[in-house]
Design a binder for this molecule. Structure first.
Ligand SMILES: [Zn+2]
Length: 470
């Protein structure tokens, strides 16, 4: 079963269904590649490479904005005509904003074949149609940006029609050079038998189409091993310039883990509950009341947070447009990056330990959005990144064959006494200890909750579908 991880790569799938789309990808040893996964690296680029990456991001922004502007002009034109009572049949024809139409238009526009293609003059004064610099960047950037525009327009149209699930989307915004992080995406399409265009080329190097070999900070060993046995197939590489550095996310599908790594027999057998707390990032306990782990975590992040505050203060003390401000901004960016990294590393370590160490896990379905509305808690909760931890536990559980139960959000894990089952509705968040009025149990609040989660009654299996009406 495919597990969806992080950003979707759907926009980078081939637009027209090629015949090998339906054939499942397999590794050299015939293991199907079904595990959607993402590898992230921080790039170490020189000035020339930075310029090239920026040119790609600029092309993506230009393409996206051009598509939006074109569709918007068409919509405005038709709306204006309607106000003059032009009959529907006589209106300016509506533009299609399907992915295929946008890609086809983009290719004609940048190559100078479209009627509205940009026109410039070369050094000799000759007229040049299309984007004269288009060859400097990968053509894929224009296509991916067009696909993104098509998707954004579709989200908006679906919202208007009321057919979009989730948060309604407004008309897509134009991407500003100043307000959006430079970003672009390249697909990793290649014919069978050819070397993959996105691939590791050394312990700290990756190769990309058009960009060539780029140095990365992290070791590529894990990815290299997967490539060597054909156990990973990259779909796309997404680049983003954030906090003063370029990062790349290589998304694709990998083979299922080796059966030995999915074997749960050598792990802690009794079902465990994982309580995501405020004091402790997580407490793991089993049905018998044994505490298996208590991860403090939150403090580490609070220390990082304190450093962030200092960097923020020194930034605010600098003068606008001064060299000091630029220096302070760089420092602030580095601290931000460090905090983000520390958090990510901690969450991955924790989610892996939870999943790899136990045969069966129960975790709360926390209403993280609701908790964020509580301002006193907000910082700690966002620090602890509950939602992210749950997401990681969920996809890793399916990688490692761990049975996962998500406890109903109304299950009173904190308010129930793990000793006698009495429910104490008066328990508040500031009560760090659970004190039972019935049986006299005194227990750390998070431990009590974890034990209750471990004892979570399995939800009844879904009832079979109703038979068709006679
Ligand atoms: Zn009790």
């Amino acid at each position: 079963m495919a597990v969806s991880v992080a950003c979707g790569t759907i926009c980078c799938m081939p637009v027209t269904a090629a015949k090998d789309d339906t054939a499942p990808l397999v590794s050299d040893t015939g293991v199907p590649l079904t595990r959607a996964t993402t590898f992230r690296f921080t790039l170490d680029v020189n000035r020339e490479q930075h310029r090239l990456l920026m040119a790609h991001a600029g092309a993506a922004r230009l393409a996206f904005n051009h598509q939006l502007a074109r569709v918007k002009a068409n919509l405005d034109q038709r709306a204006a005509e309607r106000t003059y009572d032009v009959a529907d049949a006589d209106l300016t024809p509506a533009l299609s904003w399907s992915k295929v139409s946008l890609i086809n238009h983009m290719n004609a526009w940048k190559d100078g074949r479209a009627a509205d293609a940009p026109v410039s003059h070369d050094a000799a004064g000759e007229e040049v149609r299309g984007l004269p610099w288009r060859g400097e960047v990968s053509a894929d950037v224009f296509e991916c940006a067009s696909v993104n525009a098509a998707q954004a327009l579709k989200n908006w149209a679906d919202s208007r029609r009321g057919t979009r699930a989730g948060k309604p989307a407004g008309f897509p915004r134009f991407k500003s050079r100043h307000k959006t992080s430079p970003a672009f995406r390249l697909r990793a399409k290649y014919p069978e038998g050819a070397a993959p265009p996105v691939r590791p080329t050394g312990p700290r190097a990756l190769r990309f189409p058009k960009l060539g070999e780029l140095r990365v900070r992290e070791n590529t060993r894990q990815l290299r091993r997967l490539y060597e046995t054909g156990r990973f197939h990259a779909y796309a590489a997404s680049f983003r310039f954030e906090r003063g550095r370029w990062v790349v996310a290589v998304t694709g599908v990998a083979a299922e883990l080796h059966p030995a790594r999915r074997d749960t027999r050598t792990r802690h057998q009794p079902r465990v509950g994982v309580d995501l707390g405020v004091q402790n990032l997580a407490v793991v306990a089993d049905e018998t009341g044994a505490v298996l782990a208590a991860v403090e975590g939150v403090k580490t992040l609070q220390h990082a947070q304190a450093r962030l505050k200092l960097a923020n203060q020194s930034y605010s003390r600098t003068k606008r447009d001064s060299a000091g401000r630029r220096r302070a901004a760089r420092r602030l960016g580095r601290v931000h990056a460090r905090v983000a990294h520390a958090r990510k590393a901690l969450l991955h370590e924790l989610s892996s330990a939870i999943v790899k160490g136990h045969a069966a896990v129960v975790i709360e379905d926390l209403n993280a959005a609701g908790m964020l509305a509580n301002r006193r808690l907000a910082r700690v909760v966002s620090d602890a990144s509950f939602g992210e931890l749950r997401r990681q536990v969920a996809y890793k559980a399916s990688w490692y064959g761990t049975a996962l139960t998500i406890a109903d959000r109304w299950y009173p894990s904190s308010k129930t006494c793990s000793g006698c089952g009495q429910v104490n509705a008066e328990l508040t968040l500031s009560d760090r200890t659970y004190a039972c009025g019935s049986c006299g149990l005194l227990l750390d609040r998070d431990v009590n909750a974890a034990i209750n989660l471990a004892r979570y009654p399995e939800p009844p299996t879904a009832s079979p579908p109703l038979p068709a009406a006679a």
